[in-house]
Design a protein around this ligand. Sequence first.
Ligand code: GGG
Length: 352
Amino acid sequence: MGQHRIAVIAGDGIGKEVIPAAMQVIDAALPDSSVIEWDELPWSSDYYREHGRMMPEDGLDQLRAYDAIYLGAVGDPPDVPDHITLWGLLLPIRKQFDLHVNVRPVRLLEGLRGPLRDRGPDDIDMLFIRENTEGEYAGVGGRVHTGTEHEVAIQSSVFSRFNVERVVRYAFEQARNRRKHLTSITKSNAMQYGMPFWDDVVREVAHEYPDVVVSSMLVDAAAAAMVTHPHRFDVAVGSNLFADILTDLGGALMGSLGLPPSANIAADPSVPSLFEPVHGSAPDISGRGVANPMGSIWAGAMMLEHIGESEAGERVMKALERVCADGRTLTADLGGSASTSDVADAVRVALE
Ligand code: GGG
């Protein structure tokens, strides 16, 4: 039996391509392939078509026994509606396991060209801390009078003091270990209840971190500033929806949404955390072996660090950076013509 048991949910679309490729890189970075015992779980839209649900009824109980969860992507539109796939698999895991923060680095790696003129790796180096269990994705609401001209849909945001406080504190801790600047993403002008509350909590927690400079930015202004003044961002903390959107923009600034990773961290360390690329299932390119595995490889490096294999995690990250700096083995999203397996092989060779 391996020292670490990882539940693998490759999921849908390109998840089924990038995760197996990245698993080979992770195994190669460890002393031998028995350090991690991978359990591949077929939970996905295919599973839904067969069983009428995205995972078994006791799926969450099964996952609880693992040291971490490694997830690819969910989504198989238009066959299975997106809210079924997300609410049937990823969101219940985040909520049930109290994966309170979603850590998303936004870094332009050396050798890659982002879309911003005259901006290099020194300008684009941010860390997003996304609130991950409530906010706009709390799942509170409903639809009534469905199908009639009186139809109404309500989707409420939920911000609890307990949760916002710990997420904001987590972000301050990260800022303290980086360039000591925290941007809090808000929308307190238009969302007059939840967001002034968010701002209050940020102000209160800030007293514990006098060494960290805090700025508050409206989400729309933040989107513009990430493009016009990316170097102003060090750590940013935002609600579930705001940081979800801004980190896709972050992926674009990195040169491709195929690159950013994401670590969903459990508040209770005895519960498995979940690691995934930021990107979705990309049905438009799935099945062709051309998807970029770098987001999954990077997420794998974060997972190695989390499970106590920091040295292997650092090796994976360095190898990934070497492949980007070299620039010869890149997938089409980064301007190259390499396949998924070419890139994974190149990262494996760069480990040596
Ligand atoms: N990598 C998992 C995945 O499929 N992500 C796409 C997505 O829509 N995620 C929603 C979220 O992160 O809340």
